[in-house]
Design a protein around this ligand. Sequence first.
Ligand code: NAD
Length: 473
Amino acid sequence: MTTLPVRNPRTGETDAWITPPTMAELDEIAARLRAAQPAWAAESIEARMERLKRWADAIEADQYAIAKALEADTGRRRVAMLEVQGAIASIRGWAVSAPQLAPKADWMQGRSNAQLKHTGQYVPYPVVGVISPWNFPLTLSLIDAIPALAAGCAVIVKPSEVTPRFVEPLMRTIDQAGLSDLLVFTPGGGETGQAIIERSDLVCFTGSVPTGKKVAASAAANLIPAFLELGGKDPLIITESADLDLAVTAALRGSVLSTGQACQSIERIYVPASLHDAFLEKLVPAAEAVRLNWPDIEAGEIGPLIFAKQADIIAGQIEDARAKGATVHTGGTVETHGGGKWLKPTVISGVDHSMTVMTEETFGPVLPVMAYDGIEEAVRLANDTLYGLSAAVFAGTLEEAESVARQLDAGAVSLNDAALTALFYEAEKQSFKASGLGPSRMGAAGLTRFFRRKALIANTGAPLGLEAFREEG
Ligand code: NAD
């Protein structure tokens, strides 16, 4: 395998390299995981969680080294540290909840035949493959891996080739916790991702829709399930009764946090025509006040665009909107500082659904604002999308927000806020339309989806003979 260069998002320079494993090395890794997994699954869930808690302690002890590497991966400091702390909290949280949520079954008397009774055994998938994206490299590598390990699976993770630096310090903690035969990170790009699918019993994929389709096709060819968490084009509907100051706060954070490089970012804002100008009057100065964390990484609210090609996609969408008559109020130009690519929050009005900025995933700090007449039109526009990841409604009352939310085709809706799925992991949700496939990674299903239910059916009497089915009866 050839060595792949890794670009630093703050400098634009190549300052790291990864060498993907060969297919023979991947075979060896998969065999090692398969050999260790049965003993892991045979332990009680409480015992597994004790081992995982030791891992959380090891991550905590090394948190600054991991955060430093993540900072180089993503160009942001605060969010890097929050990712590490979130990983520790996630393991400790599952340590409490997984033993309670793990499915159990009692023997049950048959309804149709009282002589038969049945129970269930919950059997973890042996090897789970995890393929993750670059926007939250640690969080999205562990969000499936932790509950899969808790369920008794072994896990092989392929993080994005765009942001692989955090892996080395993290692997040290995996070694320290004695988990290196159960959890392996392998560097590499799409080819390695494909090879992992071929060696897994279930694949959890987080990434774009086009790659998700390839992953689903490979999973189908291998007859394994694929849990897909894909892109979004999340709408925010603001209603006539909304408090505009609060709506601006939610819209701005929901849209520009982490430079908009989040699947659940708000990417379209619909406001009543009567409030359109007043909303813009508040939103534009709030957007202008957002600072880049350049040149000082310890100041400002947003970091660089991590993936250089994404900067071109975003710039293309803004140009398309401009060319079709939209007005860019602030931001609007990808800037180069110190070799990195940056975009200040970009507020655009005069948009419609002929523009790519309203139909295709932007994955940047862009806030296109469109006026609507009547809530029916707002709902129709919000639902006029290939995606269905999440959405948001801001209204004067929760009751009104809820009544609008219930009409939206999306897997999660934030009421009187935005992008709450980034902050709250307890509510089960599934992706609608092209935004994904499979059970919820949030809530209890986050754990239970890693078990297959085996039925044990017992006959308490004598077995039926073939004569019971004889034709002459
Ligand atoms: P991507 O689809 O380009 O890559 C994701 C991962 O897939 C990477 O690790 C990549 O190496 C791997 N990959 C590429 N080709 C592959 C192939 N043929 N087979 C197997 N694996 C392959 O996505 P990205 O650009 O890294 O991430 C951004 C996307 O992720 C956005 O669309 C965003 O919305 C989405 N995302 C979704 C969620 C969610 O929970 N729904 C969360 C974060 C990001």
